[in-house]
Design a protein. Structure first.
Length: 439
């Protein structure tokens, strides 16, 4: 027995009404290592194929009961016979018989008497094609299984930005059916301004052959079918085929990561009780604002605010009332503050206000507003309570040209208000005002 060169032993069904022809073909095939099944007519061939599908069928054209043409058609109609190779063997070689064989589903046509070398080559080619096709289907199925079980969205587009392939994760991520996405421009998954610019990016790439996104991971915004937007991480790669170019994008929904980052940033930079900037963020913000002001030749006012009677509230009404007071006071301190300015809680009952591009008149006006609002009644634990504030103002670059010096000047001005009887505001340069107390 010769080795046929395939990973598995091919099974071949031989249908011929001549017993001697069947045996002759079987002996030839078995000599070459094939597993052979015999059928005496077309009806028996169809039955045996359905019982146990074969890799190839050698079909005599003219047989009693059911001829080879009809048997070929019946085999092709079955699911397992759609991809099976069928070689028609007949003594007839007129054009009508050849056309009839191919119309019935035969892929090859061999005339009798059989040329054995030709038959073996035709068999080998047919089986090679069959197994190669099966391997492609199997590889594609494996790839689709991998792609469709991937947690990240995978989108393949052509050079016009049209989606040619998407996986299930992409459908889940964007809320679209897969059939609704394939054939559409990938910009449908992007909100403005990404949507309008996407085709320009592709055109620019082919015009310049340079891009900033191929092989790089970048963050952008996606849009779901319901219109909601969410952050995504995108990695794009180029696939050059023989006759065209495709782009594969792998997208990951990073909403949870962004929320976690924002939570960490918030905890590191904001006061948990009042929601104001904490000491760390205040110091970095003041440093940035002073550098900006120095370059622009502008002034920055720093207001130091200390709550009067905070200890009395904690001692007499409890710490819960003290927390409520801090939250309510922080809201009142923020009222006169404009966009671009900053309010921070340094700790305890101490607050600071940064006013950019600020004149002395504006700083005095804001301080007066804060002092007046702190004089108004607070409802704490069901009781009406009055407190006041002691404020100090310092200016950059008038009072100090560095961060720590400015903070020290504002602190000293605040303590002058404390020494003057509280419920007052002092400017480090000497100006002051006060309000009558309600307690």
């Amino acid at each position: 027995m010769e080795f046929v060169g395939f990973q598995k032993q091919p099974r071949i069904l031989v249908a011929d009404d001549s017993r001697s022809a069947r045996e002759l073909i079987r002996n030839f095939l078995e000599k070459h290592g094939y597993d052979v099944t015999l059928a005496a007519d077309g009806k028996e061939a169809v039955r045996k194929f359905r019982e146990s599908p074969h890799d190839l069928v050698l079909m005599d054209a003219n047989m009693p009961v059911v001829d080879g043409y009809r048997a070929c058609t019946e085999i092709r109609r079955s699911v397992q016979g759609e991809e099976t190779g069928i070689i028609m063997i007949t003594a007839q070689e007129d054009d009508e018989s050849v056309a009839k064989a191919f119309a019935a589903g035969a892929e090859e046509y061999i005339t009798k008497p059989i040329h054995w070398v030709v038959l073996e080559k035709r068999i080998h080619l047919s089986l090679e094609n069959r197994y190669a096709h099966e391997a492609v289907i199997e590889a594609r199925a494996r790839m689709e299984a991998i792609v469709n079980t991937a947690p990240d969205a995978i989108v393949v587009i052509n050079t016009q930005g049209i989606m040619e392939s998407v996986n299930r994760a992409a459908g889940r991520m964007f809320g679209h059916g897969l059939s609704d996405m394939i054939g559409q421009n990938v910009s449908m998954l992007m909100p403005s301004p990404y949507r309008e610019k996407h085709d320009q990016y592709i055109a620019s790439y082919f015009a310049t052959h340079t891009t900033k996104i191929l092989g790089m991971t970048r963050e952008l915004i996606g849009i779901r079918k319901n219109g909601t937007t969410f952050p995504v991480e995108l990695t794009v790669s180029e696939v050059r085929l023989r006759d065209r170019i495709l782009f594969t994008g792998i997208l990951r929904d990073i909403t949870e990561r962004k929320e976690a980052e924002q939570k960490i940033f918030y905890q590191a930079n904001y006061d948990a009780l009042t929601g104001l900037a904490n000491r760390a963020l205040f110091m970095s913000t003041l440093d940035h604002d002073l550098k900006q002001a120095q370059q622009a030749g502008q002034s920055v006012a720093l207001i130091f605010v200390d709550l009067d009677r905070f200890k009395w509230v904690n001692d007499n009404l409890g710490h819960a009332a003290g927390d409520e007071l801090l939250k309510a006071a922080s809201r009142r301190i923020r009222e006169p503050i404009q966009a671009g300015d900053t309010v921070a809680r340094l700790g305890g009952d101490e607050f600071t206000v940064i006013l950019n591009q600020c004149s002395p008149e504006r700083a005095t006006e804001a301080s007066r507003h804060i002092l007046q609002r702190l004089n108004e009644v607070f409802s704490l634990e069901g009781e009406d309570t009055y407190i006041s504030g002691s404020l100090g103002i310092a200016f950059f670059p008038r009072d100090s040209q560095n961060l720590h010096g400015l903070l020290k000047c504002a602190d000293e001005a605040m303590y002058r208000s404390k020494k003057a009887g509280r419920n007052a505001c002092h400017d480090y340069a000497g100006g002051s005002f006060s309000l009558p107390s309600h307690y």
